[in-house]
Write a protein of this length. Structure first.
Ligand SMILES: CC(C)(COP(=O)(O)OP(=O)(O)OC[C@H]1O[C@@H](n2cnc3c(N)ncnc32)[C@H](O)[C@@H]1OP(=O)(O)O)[C@@H](O)C(=O)NCCC(=O)NCCS
Length: 168
């Protein structure tokens, strides 16, 4: 049985693993290896994620994880960018466990947290061309708003993110 729980230090290794696998499976065809490696090293390494599960606030509500038999199979998290606006910062399923409805449960938990804090709308960035993410968000009622420069671009890189939002 899959459970959705607020992550703690016991989930750090699982979060790093699922998010790193998710990065390769999602962006392997559209981004350079160097870019993916850089993102994984920066965001999905134990020291940072330990802080992110122990130091939470309105701005960063911590990770939620989908756990099955003690194993993390999905992870995500968000926070508020203003009193009424939520942001989904990260959401990855184990690539072998997509399309079973579990990402929906994770998004629901993150959204409930944001609603309880007063959010009335929810935003996210998704990389242009990410067809493993965009159809999911559109199925959940998110609408495309505008393009912006991708986060973490180095000189010579021009990856583009799409901003999506929905009312919650
Ligand atoms: C995005 C992600 C977290 C969703 O989790 P998931 O467990 O696979 O999604 P679910 O099974 O809960 O839901 C799938 C939903 O998306 C819809 N969907 C998925 N692929 C679709 C497609 N190609 N076309 C139309 N709808 C699609 C399904 O219809 C379903 O909607 P419903 O619940 O209204 O029926 C997961 O697929 C993932 O890890 N993707 C790769 C990583 C990624 O892109 N993350 C986002 C980075 S910004």
């Amino acid at each position: 049985m899959v459970k959705i729980v607020k992550a703690d230090v016991n989930h750090v290794a699982g979060i790093c693993d699922v998010c790193a696998k998710g990065q390769w499976a999602t962006y392997g065809d559209i981004y350079s290896n160097e870019y993916i490696e850089r993102i994984i090293k920066e965001y999905y390494e134990p020291e940072r994620v330990t802080k992110e599960v122990t130091q939470t606030s309105k701005e960063w509500g911590g990770y939620f994880v989908a756990v099955e038999n003690g194993q993390v199979i999905g992870a995500g998290g968000g926070g508020l960018t203003s009193d009424t606006v939520g942001e989904l910062y990260v959401l990855y399923m184990d690539p072998d466990r997509r399309n079973e409805g579990v990402g929906t449960l994770l998004l629901k938990a993150i959204t409930e947290q944001q609603k309880q804090l007063g959010a009335k709308e929810q935003w996210l960035s998704v990389q242009r061309g990410n067809m493993k993410g965009i159809p999911f968000y559109e199925a959940k009622g998110f609408q495309f708003k505008h393009e912006q420069k991708g986060y973490g671009n180095k000189e010579g890189e021009d990856y583009i993110s799409l901003r999506y939002y929905r009312n919650i």
